[in-house]
Design a protein around this ligand. Structure first.
Ligand code: PGA
Length: 250
């Protein structure tokens, strides 16, 4: 059966020293908490990976991106094998901020997904629609294309290393959360797409996270939905107590 996950996405925040301190706090709180019903991950900037990796014992580590090449003359880029060599187990790919500001396409993300899996990383793959796409009713098609074009070439076995995060762009960092019913509708749609392609077992085993202004106050209602298996948390992951308020929401 699939596992529940709460993953932090720190984005471009904290110095290395601040990040190590935050990671220490989260790790200590997770170690202390008894019977947590989810795996906990922190997604941190590239610069922090090695140092943060050394303080984590009960929390998994993720990068927020990786390159679409393995090595070579790509000044400033960081490859999947480099990320894996820090001790990270996960990489977040396809975040809407990367799609929008760094022009990442479904085709480019397909390559990144392949390279990440090849390097032994698990992928937290983000999908989600803009406000305009929600309003004009094309959002099901947008989400389907993101999944089909970047993930559906994978084998069923490879899919076991993919976590999907549904993040409606209009809810990210805006304070506006999708209602639990709106989120559940999309999560059920995503699970059905996976079932149609890979069968019911793979669909049932795939963890699907919600992201977008998730906080301790709304996490319990979201996580109670049958197809919402946890969250990808931005703003609220930057303080150990608010992040832990979400981790303990199950
Ligand atoms: P938010 O970000 O929780 O700050 O809305 C979520 C995300 O972008 O992953």
């Amino acid at each position: 059966m699939r596992k529940n996950i709460v993953a932090g996405n720190w984005k471009m925040n904290t110095t290395v020293a601040e990040g190590v301190e935050l990671a220490r706090e989260v790790n200590a709180a997770v170690e202390k908490a008894s019977e947590l019903k989810c795996e906990v991950i922190v997604g941190v900037p590239f610069t922090h990976l090695t140092a943060v990796s050394q303080v984590l014992t009960a929390v998994k580590l993720s990068a927020e991106n990786c390159a679409d090449h393995t090595s070579g003359a790509y000044t400033g880029e960081v490859s999947a094998p480099m990320v894996a060599s820090t001790g990270a187990q996960y990489v977040i790919l396809g975040h809407s901020e990367r799609r929008e500001y760094y022009h990442e396409t479904n085709a480019m993300l397909k390559t990144k997904v392949d390279l990440a899996l090849e390097a032994g990383l698990k992928v937290i793959f983000c999908c989600g629609e803009s406000l305009a796409q929600r309003k004009d009713g094309t959002y099901f098609d947008v989400i389907k294309a993101e999944l089909v074009e970047s993930l559906f070439h994978l084998s069923a076995e490879q899919m076991s290393n993919i976590v999907i995060a549904y993040e409606p762009i209009w809810a990210i960092g805006t304070g506006e959360t999708a209602t639990s019913d709106q989120a559940e509708e999309i999560h059920a749609f995503i699970r059905q797409l996976i079932a149609d392609k890979y069968g019911k077992q793979v669909a049932d085993d795939t963890t699907i996270l919600y992201g977008g202004s998730c906080k301790p106050s709304n996490a319990p209602e979201l996580f109670a939905k049958p197809d919402i298996d946890g969250g990808l948390i931005g703003g609220a992951s930057l303080k150990a107590d608010s992040f832990m308020g979400i981790v303990t929401a199950f």
